[in-house]
Ligand binder design. Structure first.
Ligand code: 6MZ
Length: 346
């Protein structure tokens, strides 16, 4: 399998934060038009660099300083969708935290409307990619803000004709206690929104088991420390396994921010060997200087996956998307059409 195989492989991306996915090209164009001292190269980790979670989250604050108006939000969203489409991602669920910026007049409402407008404009271009959106709750926020985000998601799901499909919980995993958001997550479930929660990105067994039992999320982001040898517990593993809660796994992100010591040690292996639903994702392709193509290639190299296994990994991800059976069937047909060509050539 060469680089071309991984690029041509049809892919699903289910864990991509919009502002973390910004490419150097987009960032350079945005910075060029601003009176800012930020150098686009300083707003990401270069290949081989690592950093603490504190450093990672400082970068997000700096990126937010640049993406502080609707025009920039539009451009990032629009460019990110095109970049994933170029990598043969056929279905993507982007996620983003509605943000207000009084200095530019941007509100959480105009933020969400802008992201949806960019998604809609891409759809009008007939790119070969289906784009859905999750609205994110940041762990730093209050329950009231989380409730507002759920209300926004409910309102704009209707207005966007179903582009918004769910709610994400993210933010610095070392900050706050996610238990406080349980009423908001229950409200989201009441309205039929799906939940993708960052859980156990760092060891947090009590928070993790409480959220699992109270909410039963539809997917887990990272799940780095679910297993006992990583700071989790047997009960947590049993819960996740018995409920078959899919895991969004972001290999390079975990290595770069040092929550996993090396690719060989990544929990992908633990869950893949259990035949648990595992989805390869990028997290923040811009910040971590990676791509979904590279992440598949790294997974294949590290865990000695054959081309058939890689194809199956990508194909099985379709089962975990937050869309209806018709969309899943459409994607499965697409994968089957593309399969023969891809595997015969490799
Ligand atoms: C937790 C993360 C994250 O929402 O402005 N985010 N949250 N763990 C991670 N692993 C490294 N990577 C990104 O995108 C940036 C926001 O996504 C979340 C953080 O809340 C960050 O501020 P948006 O589009």
């Amino acid at each position: 399998m060469d680089a071309d195989f991984f690029r041509k492989l049809p892919k699903v991306e289910l864990h991509a934060h919009i502002n973390g996915s910004i490419s150097v090209s987009t960032m350079s164009q945005l910075v060029a038009g601003m009176s800012t001292s930020y150098n686009p190269d300083s707003l990401k980790f270069k290949k081989g660099e690592t950093g603490t979670l504190k450093e990672v989250f400082k970068l997000f604050r700096q990126i937010h300083d640049v993406i502080n108006n609707e025009k920039a939000v539009y451009k990032v969203t629009y460019d990110v969708i095109h970049e994933f489409a170029e990598e043969n991602v056929k279905y993507i669920e982007l996620r983003t935290t509605p943000r207000e910026e009084p200095s530019t007049g941007m509100t959480t409402i105009s933020y969400v409307e802008t992201v949806l407008r960019a998604i809609d404009d891409c759809a009008k271009e007939n790119l070969d990619i289906i784009v859905k959106l999750l609205l994110a709750v940041d762990r730093r926020q209050s329950l009231q803000v989380a409730m507002d985000t759920v209300q926004l998601a409910v309102k704009y799901r209707e207005k966007s004709n179903g582009v918004i499909v769910g709610i994400d919980l993210s933010g610095d995993p070392k900050v706050g206690n996610a238990d406080i958001f349980i009423p908001a997550f229950k409200e989201a479930q009441k309205h039929g929104l799906k939940l993708a929660l960052h859980l156990a990105e760092v060891p947090a067994p009590e928070e993790t088991i409480t959220l699992l039992r109270e909410i039963i999320p539809d997917r887990i982001g990272h799940g780095t420390c679910l297993q006992p040898d990583a700071g989790g517990t047997k009960d947590i593993v049993e819960f996740v396994e018995s409920h078959r809660i899919p895991l969004e796994l972001c290999l390079s992100s975990n290595i770069i921010n040092m929550t996993v010591p090396g690719y060989d040690n990544h929990h992908f292996k633990f869950w893949y060997d259990l035949e648990h639903p595992c989805i390869i994702c990028t997290d923040d392709k811009g910040v971590f200087s990676t791509s979904i193509t590279e992440e598949y290639s790294i997974a294949a190299d590290t865990f000695q996956l054959s081309s058939d296994q890689v194809w199956q990994l990508s194909y099985n991800s379709i089962d975990s998307i937050f869309s209806d059976e018709t969309t899943k069937q459409l994607l499965r047909e697409k994968w089957k059409t593309l399969k023969e060509n891809l595997l015969l050539k490799s």
